[in-house]
Write a protein that binds this ligand. Structure first.
Ligand code: HEM
Length: 190
């Protein structure tokens, strides 16, 4: 199934990104540093979301209205007194020119709700945050697994042959890699 292939074939890039992020997360000691992290996610995911919307009908996901959107990060930034930054564009984003490439990028965004739970817990512990500022990383709360399974069902019904599957997988890998680049680029200036 496509979802299983995606998991396997993006595993390495997930691990690289996770490692870079965990180091950064562990070093966060105050809200200002956490806001910088949120801004980094906002810029990249915000640019991605716009790009995805141009190549796919959002109603492909029957529960699209319930899914986490970029506004969640904007709300978290503002709740903690920060300013919402510009969104990534152009070469900072993966190429998304078909609904298959859009699905690959969506896989990365939706899958990030799984690791988000861990991030949210870390920030609760390190900063004593409770509700404010955690809406994005809290994902879908207790429903995260269920929402992930629904997403995978839709995904698995999309690609019809190995070529189409390869297009989704390549876009997902590009989405991980470009996020790593974005992260490295902005970490230095944060
Ligand atoms: C501290 C950072 C992160 C940690 C600790 C982490 C951890 C995890 C864990 C434990 C899972 C597996 C959950 C399960 O199978 O139930 C997972 C899945 C996933 N994560 Fe992360 N993650 C992190 C960051 C990210 C980020 C930033 C993204 C995207 C940009 C991402 C994308 C994904 C995807 C797509 C999956 C689904 C893999 C599958 O197909 O099953 N993760 N992550």
């Amino acid at each position: 199934m496509l979802s299983e292939k995606l998991k396997e074939e993006t595993k390495q890039n997930h691990q690289i990104l996770e490692k870079a992020l965990v180091g950064n997360l562990k070093a966060i000691r105050n809200q200002g540093e956490y806001v910088e992290l949120l801004k980094l996610f906002y810029g990249y995911f915000g640019g991605l979301e716009e790009s995805i919307a141009q190549s796919i009908d959002p109603n492909l996901l029957p529960d699209n209205a319930e899914r986490r959107k970029i506004e969640y990060i904007a709300n978290d930034i503002e709740a903690l007194g920060g300013d919402v930054p510009a969104k990534a564009e152009g070469a900072d984003l993966p190429r998304i020119q078909s609904h298959l490439e859009a699905l690959g990028a969506l896989y990365v965004i939706e899958g990030s709700t799984l690791g988000g739970k861990i991030i949210s817990k870390m920030m609760q512990q390190q900063l004593g945050l409770s509700g404010d500022g955690l809406s994005f990383f809290s994902g879908y709360g207790d429903r995260t697994e269920q929402m992930w399974n629904t997403f995978k069902d839709v995904l698995n019904a999309q690609a019809e042959n190995p070529e189409q599957e390869a297009a989704v997988i390549a876009a997902a890998n590009q989405t991980f890699l470009k996020f790593g680049d974005w992260f490295a680029k902005h970490q230095q200036t944060a």
